[in-house]
Design a protein around this ligand. Structure first.
Ligand SMILES: [Zn+2]
Length: 76
């Protein structure tokens, strides 16, 4: 966890996916080309009466494998 914030509303945990590359979800080819990033709210649960939210900063990688079905997809 990168940072834990406590407030009257509950606890927010900010997390970040580590590493400079990631395998493609379609072909498992490792890519280091960061395509963008987005914030994902993982869970919203109550622990001991406090609201807990985990915000995960996820990086998107663009697959560089020409033979990958994700790359060849017309919806690219
Ligand atoms: Zn791929």
């Amino acid at each position: 966890m990168e940072l834990v914030e406590r407030s009257v509303n509950g606890i927010t945990m900010h997390a970040r996916v580590r590493g400079t590359d990631a395998p493609c979800s379609r072909c498992q080819n490792t890519s280091a080309r960061v395509h963008g990033r987005y914030l994902r709210r993982l869970s919203d649960a109550a622990v001991s009466g406090a609201r807990v939210v985990i915000e995960l900063l996820v990086r998107r990688f663009r697959c560089l494998n020409d033979a990958c079905p994700a790359v060849r997809s017309p919806s690219r």
